[in-house]
Ligand binder design. Sequence first.
Ligand SMILES: NC(=O)C1=CN([C@@H]2O[C@H](COP(=O)(O)OP(=O)(O)OC[C@H]3O[C@@H](n4cnc5c(N)ncnc54)[C@H](OP(=O)(O)O)[C@@H]3O)[C@@H](O)[C@H]2O)C=CC1
Ligand SMILES: CC(C)(CO)C(=O)C(=O)O
Length: 301
Amino acid sequence: MRGMPRTDAPLVVLGPGAIGGLVAALLERAGHPVTVVGRAGSVAQVAAHGIAVESDLVGSWTAQPAAAAQVPHGACVIVAVKAEGLEAAAALLAAAAPAEVLSLLNGVEHLDALRAALPGTRVVAGTIAGETLRTSAGRDGPLTVRHRGRLLRVVAPADAAGLASVRALRDTAADVVVDGTQAQVLWLKLRFLAPMALLTSRWDAGLGEALDRDPAGAQALLAEVAAVASAEGVPTTAQDLHAILAGLPPTMRSSLQADVEAGRAGELDAIGGAVQRRGRSHGVATPALDTTIAAVEARLR
Ligand SMILES: NC(=O)C1=CN([C@@H]2O[C@H](COP(=O)(O)OP(=O)(O)OC[C@H]3O[C@@H](n4cnc5c(N)ncnc54)[C@H](OP(=O)(O)O)[C@@H]3O)[C@@H](O)[C@H]2O)C=CC1
Ligand SMILES: CC(C)(CO)C(=O)C(=O)O
């Protein structure tokens, strides 16, 4: 029945990019039959050559999941597209009447968009942390995914413990934490991801250097993001965020930065714009955030 995942429902990863490819390969390696669904080029590539993962944490291997252009009816779906692919993903999902959906996108606004497209379906937003890039140069070999560093954590809300996708992810090498409310899960990630992604993109540098380029500006940005996160129900100070960022590898880079470097806005709006909009709705002024976003936009001109 819709909304009540059956244990035999197909497990699908929608969007075999960096994160989707890694997640699909991890699931397959853990013994879960998985199908990746995506656009024609990636689907054909995975069907022909599989997904090759190179991970500092879990090693290198090639997975051979099934690949399809449509989501099978009644599937349990993990969504790993970027914000710009969300509308197309929602349309594919709506046609499939999925049993359950777990989205792993960064940002916060994708959840409402997916829920609006899928009335009656259980849609939950988790988060994933782990520096990952799709590195395949062409389509003649496997879709290749590079996972850098030791961080690989999936977080899902406490009430999502029973989702088939969450249970399957728990069998993988990822550290899976199931705790907190929906809002907490999203904001515990976005509160550090937003400054991390924006500063690395602004300065085109690893996290350590990005924090040092304009310490006063970075401090002001952290204070504003902390104020918005607090208003969203996750009490946070600039010091908290500084401590979280200081605990990440100074060489760490972000997926937004990779897009900006390639001349694409990527998820600038889904990450920075979302914090601006939530700030405005709470009456939190965000001048440092506005300046940082404008500086990233200037890099794109
Ligand atoms: N990369 C990282 O280190 C991390 C990323 N995230 C988040 O995970 C999410 C995915 O990011 P990432 O894996 O890096 O992104 P990628 O760009 O590597 O992959 C995105 C995937 O979405 C698909 N897609 C894009 N547009 C469409 C569309 N219109 N219709 C169908 N599919 C589409 C792409 O298709 P195609 O294969 O055809 O290109 C690709 O498979 C983002 O929200 C990101 O912020 C979270 C943690 C870490
Ligand atoms: C910063 C990082 C790698 C943490 O997972 C991330 O989420 C991203 O780059 O989008």
